[in-house]
Design a protein around this ligand. Structure first.
Ligand code: GUN
Length: 302
């Protein structure tokens, strides 16, 4: 059996056109567009490429976008003042501080300073709490888990009563996606297990999964024999395992590999996300969705 490919690149286009349509309608009716500020500290190449893509996507959707690049040696105090400025700026609905931050800045302090009602990343403890409660309490689901849930739902995989096994317990992916899948409601109602580096029999747990979500950051960790026949496999791993010359641009690009042995897994799974082109494109898409949602909250139409 060859698994159905769950393509993030295709799902992204559908969601972005839904957002674009809604942005136009809101602009006509209310005279406002979603406002997003991206704050990039320093010049980490991976961060630059993520932020560039975020800005490009926001512009394409007709958002009001502010690109606020700051030097790597900005003081914590100045960064806090910058966040306070955007917290008080009514044209801004979403504040994104690109991570990781330089070592001299306390990441927790910075993320906690963002107004929870503009925290479109969903990293503020208030939003983590809202997510835990679930239902209409949730304002901004974190972007990668939200993207994963959209992919599962839009590819028609049944989640109600399904055995979901999440490999990895990070605050950004593992813990929130596990929490989201066990909530009451559509696209959830699953029985969830989280496994991690100290789990005794990783293979046995994975083998039970109707939906296997892997976010461990270990290339090829999940072996094909750990996958249940017909399972839905979501591979969140984006591991740089080398470099190659791009056929398109002639430039050096990273060779990416997921946490799952894709070539063999696709012969067993019912559906599977590729790497690249799977979960990756969904994160920025959901950031745009959260920014639109933030504007809708402020207009009282969410
Ligand atoms: N760095 C890598 N991924 C992310 C993300 O989703 N949000 C932010 N703010 N920084 C990141």
């Amino acid at each position: 059996m060859t698994a159905k490919l769950i393509k993030g690149t295709e799902i992204r286009e559908k969601i972005l056109s839904e957002i674009e349509k809604e942005v136009k309608e809101i602009k006509e009716k209310h005279g406002q567009v979603p406002g997003l500020v991206t704050i990039l500290i320093g010049a980490n190449p991976a961060s630059i490429s993520y932020v560039t893509l975020k800005i490009k996507t926001a512009n394409r959707l007709g958002f009001h976008e502010i690109q606020d690049d700051q030097p790597a040696d900005i003081s914590e105090e100045d960064l806090l003042a910058l966040i306070s400025k955007y917290n008080n700026d009514d044209s801004i609905n979403g504040i994104l501080v690109q991570l990781p931050l330089p070592k001299h800045i306390n990441e927790k302090k910075i993320l906690n300073a963002i107004d929870p009602d503009k925290d479109v990343d969903g990293f503020h403890p208030v939003n983590v709490g809202r997510l835990m409660i679930g239902g209409d309490e949730v304002k901004f689901p974190p972007c990668t888990p939200a993207g994963i849930q959209e992919m599962i739902v839009r590819s028609g995989v049944e989640t109600s009563g399904a055995e979901v096994v999440v490999v990895g317990r990070s605050n950004i992916v593992g813990k929130p996606i596990a929490n989201m899948m066990l909530q009451k409601g559509p696209g959830a109602n699953s029985t969830v297990t989280i496994v991690h580096t100290r789990t005794k029999d990783l293979a046995a747990h994975c083998k039970r999964a109707d939906i296997l979500i892997v976010a461990a950051g270990v290339p090829g960790l999940v072996k094909p024999e750990w996958i249940k026949e017909g399972a839905c496999v979501i591979d969140v791993g984006v591991n740089r395992v080398g470099e190659k010359i791009s056929e398109k641009t002639g430039k050096k690009i990273a060779i990416l590999r997921g946490d799952v042995d894709f070539d063999k897994a696709k012969e067993i799974a019912g559906s599977i996300t590729p790497v690249p082109g799977g979960v990756g494109p969904m994160t920025i898409t959901m950031l745009m969705k959260n920014t639109l949602k933030s504007l809708k909250f402020s207009l009282g139409i969410a």
